[in-house]
Design a protein around this ligand. Structure first.
Ligand SMILES: Nc1nc2c(ncn2[C@@H]2O[C@H](COP(=O)(O)OP(=O)(O)OP(=O)(O)O)[C@@H](O)[C@H]2O)c(=O)[nH]1
Ligand SMILES: [Mg+2]
Ligand SMILES: [Zn+2]
Length: 280
């Protein structure tokens, strides 16, 4: 046997590009593995003679959208101007990260396009995210982003047109990724990036991913609740969904201004969107 271990960095139909050290091998999948849906980020055992993947190693996490596994950090790229700044979107991605045990980092783009009033609002929102323990960076400070990236496997996520590919081009010009104009009419980009792949840059592997127009969380209401880190578990009953005032410490703290009302409202919106019957 001449088996090696590598990581799937991109998938092109039936061909899997697997990185081992500085080399990338183009591999196919053998019989019994064909039933498993391999994803970008999967660590695999492969045979260099037959150029086939023999085994998939256990995953530490998998995100569905972007479909990518074994991520150390999720960079949530959020536009401050066009597309419009949205704490609802940030909270949705934070929930996604928390529920999948991935450290999120919020990266804000397009601050150069904001009016003073917009900036004031956005800064206030970002201050709260920092207060509850999240790292917040802007695409102006590439040095700090690079420092955060080093040695990790990362994915970028965010709305189409938020500036994910632009950010990666700033980090490494040689990546030369295609970027798109944001349509004025829709305030959205045009899904310029279509495939998910892990690129090696700045001693890290990073996936630029296609943006989206809508994102569905396949989580239960309880999982969503437990992903709001500042809520804690100290309500009257630990089954409290924080929607009924009597004895709910979360609702009390919202009233006192300790928990952001905006984020609480996003929580209510997110749990109200959960379909009562799960599909599987
Ligand atoms: N003024 C300004 N424009 C920016 C900034 N970041 C990105 N843009 C512009 O926003 C547009 C969309 O950027 P992209 O990088 O293609 O966005 P994306 O998130 O990769 O979009 P998808 O690939 O569709 O998901 C481009 O025209 C960029 O030049 C920024 O910080 N300031
Ligand atoms: Mg893109
Ligand atoms: Zn409660």
């Amino acid at each position: 046997m001449n088996n090696s271990i590598g990581k799937i960095v991109s998938i092109n139909k039936d061909l899997y590009n697997v990185r081992e050290g500085e080399s990338v091998f183009s591999l196919s999948v053998r019989g019994k593995l064909k039933n498993i849906k391999l994803t970008v980020g999967d660590n695999v055992e492969f045979n260099k003679d037959t150029l086939t993947i023999e085994k998939v190693l256990e995953r530490k996490n998998t995100l569905e959208r972007p479909l990518v596994s074994n991520i150390d950090e999720l960079f949530i790229v959020v536009s401050s101007h066009l597309p419009k700044f949205s704490t609802y979107l940030i909270d949705k991605f934070l929930v996604l990260s928390e529920a999948n045990n991935i450290k999120p980092v919020i990266i804000v783009t397009k601050l150069d396009l904001c009016t003073k009033e917009e900036l004031k609002e956005i800064k206030k929102a970002l201050k709260y995210y920092k207060k509850i323990g999240y790292k917040v960076l802007t695409n102006k400070n590439i040095f700090r982003i690079k420092r955060e990236m080093k040695g990790k496997v990362l994915a970028l996520a965010g709305q189409t047109g938020a500036g994910k590919s632009t950010l990666l081009n700033k980090i490494d010009k040689s990546l030369n990724l295609e970027t798109g104009e944001v349509s004025q009419a829709l305030g959205r980009g045009r899904h310029t990036t279509r495939l998910t792949k892990l690129m090696y840059t700045n001693k890290s592997l990073i996936a630029d991913t296609p943006g989206f127009s809508s994102l569905e969380l396949s989580l239960t209401k309880e999982e969503i609740r437990d992903s709001f880190v500042e809520f804690g578990f100290n309500c009257k009953y630990n089954t409290c969904m924080h929607t009924n005032k009597s004895g709910c410490s979360v609702m009390e703290r919202v009233e006192k201004g300790e928990i952001s009302k905006d984020r609480y409202d996003n929580y209510i919106k997110l749990i109200s969107e959960v379909k009562n019957e799960t599909k599987w």
